[in-house]
Design a protein around this ligand. Sequence first.
Ligand code: HEC
Length: 176
Amino acid sequence: MSQKSSAFKSAIVFGVVALAVVLYFLHLYSDDSAEPTPAITEVKDSAAAGTAAAPEPATPEKLWLSSAELVGKGQEAFQRNCAVCHGKEGKGDGPAAKGLVPPPRNLVDGKWKQGGTTQELFVTLKKGIAGTSMPGFPQISKQERWALVHFIRSVTTDRPADNAEALEKFALAEGD
Ligand code: HEC
């Protein structure tokens, strides 16, 4: 009987010790796991902030660099503002083209009088061409103006190369 009870006691002692060890490790583990939780929340928060600010990266700040998105916007703006004279495809044959002297440029052929680089086209759109019916478009947004330029350069066969550095300098100083 006494042997049995001492075995029983050791079983209890072992059980208690084992429980203590388990609880100790559980405690350690829960301490460890308590740490990452705020970190994860932070990551989620900044990810959420990133989502809120998403329109920014989607519309790159470097508007002077062409992209499919800007060309698409330019095409849309072209139909609204320019097709009446320059034609839907930019071939100079819009409904208002008849009788205009000089006639609206066939933008696909190019043969630019003011120049066909990205920068030169941008200036033409902003200022228009004095003494002709080509108006300036100071009222359209900066993004739309760049988009129109990219659209024109996407459809023309007369596309003189840009000087990337000079273009960036111009765009940062006067590209609005
Ligand atoms: C009222 C008619 C009219 C509208 C609207 C018009 N243009 Fe023009 N555009 C002209 C005419 C006319 C010329 C030719 C001027 C010349 O021969 O000097 C011209 C010339 C141009 C040129 C050639 C510049 C060069 O260097 O030879 C570009 C580029 C141009 N237009 C772009 C546009 C864009 C983009 C729009 C719309 C945002 C637009 N135009 C709207 C009439 C128009």
